[in-house]
Design a protein around this ligand. Structure first.
Ligand code: FAD
Length: 316
């Protein structure tokens, strides 16, 4: 079932979450161990992230370095199928432009359709670590909007290269939004215009980047509505988990902590202290968002469902 239909059918705020494929070589059980504790909150869909290749250098016997491409977290499509089969919930694979030609994207979408997957979250992806800025595949997409256009084309039965009309796919397409602006955007206004382009191209709902200040989400939704973005905007929340997260999250995700939260974090001396603050803040954010009637709250578990469970049990 489509994410947008789940939202339409819902009488109250839905619960959903995102998981990462396990590191290569780990079993699917690690995925189930992360999902099991969260099933009591009746998620209607579970997102599975996509992780593109990275380059590493390996020293060879002759002393020379060889550049090797590796994928540390493969398996997004298979995990989606396994989740749908085991839990009877919808799985939403993340689909990225980076590293994919248009043909590979088309083939991936055909696989997803065969598996009965009705939703995709269409993203550009980040640059790989060895590149200073995002470089698209030479026959791929530069922006998420173009990927959305390709999925919409397939939804109309227009595949690449074939002039004939083929079996239409039926994907519901989500896109990413950034209440504190995407880090590459000139400013929030231009970022919002590009977000509107994604919606005009066919994105039917938006999932936001994590934020810790609900006011930023409320302002973002308001700004979206003013420029005519009228699709559901699902807030994404991430519990802060460790001392390392205190600086890592703002640095990596380009977000700020509100003053009240940063004051609490400054008092922390251990990971346990941070976890407690993270749960308390997550509950505070979740309750306020739920009260405001948001369609769904989407949690970034980042392989830690224990904290999401602690927050959800006080919210849902
Ligand atoms: P886009 O919408 O293409 O935007 C990228 C930048 O380009 C923005 O600054 C935008 O303003 C600008 N832009 C857009 N169109 C134009 C244009 N025509 N001209 C000039 N500038 C333009 N990454 C992964 O690799 N795997 C994942 O599974 C994953 N999941 C995510 C889930 C969510 C909910 C979110 C919020 C992010 C996720 N990401 C993931 C990260 C995402 O790939 C990065 O944030 C990426 O840098 C941008 O992706 P996007 O889809 O927002 O890109």
């Amino acid at each position: 079932m489509k994410v947008t239909d789940h939202i339409k059918d819902a009488k109250e705020t839905l619960f959903s979450f995102e998981i990462l494929p396990p590191l290569k070589g780990k079993s699917i059980q690690s995925i189930y161990d992360g999902i099991d504790p969260l099933m009591e909150f009746n998620p209607k869909f579970v997102n599975v992230t996509y992780h593109r290749e990275e380059y590493v250098y390996k020293e060879r016997d002759n002393g020379l370095l060889e550049k090797i491409s590796i994928r540390k977290r493969p398996g997004t499509v298979g995990i989606c199928a396994a989740i749908m089969n085991k839990y009877d919930v919808d799985a939403v694979p993340h689909l990225i432009c980076g590293g994919f030609s248009k043909e590979e994207t088309e083939n991936a979408l055909i696989d997803l359709q065969f598996l009965g997957i009705d939703n995709v979250l269409a993203l550009r992806g980040d640059s790989i670590k060895t590149e200073s800025s995002f470089r698209p595949h030479k026959n791929g997409h530069s922006f998420a909007k173009e990927l959305i256009e390709q999925v919409v084309d397939m939804n109309k039965g227009n595949y690449l290269m074939d002039d004939i009309h083929l079996e239409p796919t039926g994907f519901c397409i989500g896109a990413a939004g950034y209440p504190e602006k995407h880090f590459e955007a000139m400013n929030l206004s231009t970022d919002l215009l590009h977000l509107k382009e994604k919606v005009d191209a066919g994105a039917e709902y938006i999932v936001t980047q994590m934020f810790f200040d609900n006011q930023k989400y409320f302002d973002f939704v308001k700004a979206c509505r003013i420029i005519g973005i009228n699709v559901p905007i699902i807030p994404g929340l991430k519990p802060i988990k460790s001392m390392n997260h205190i600086s890592f999250l703002p640095k990596f995700f380009h977000i700020d902590y509100p003053e009240e939260l940063s004051k609490e974090l400054l008092k922390c001396n251990s990971n346990e202290d941070v976890k407690n603050v993270g749960i308390e803040w997550g509950v505070h954010q979740s309750k306020e968002l739920k009260k405001a009637g948001v369609p769904c709250i989407h949690y970034y578990t980042m392989s830690n469902s224990e904290m999401v469970k602690a927050i959800a049990s006080k919210t849902f």
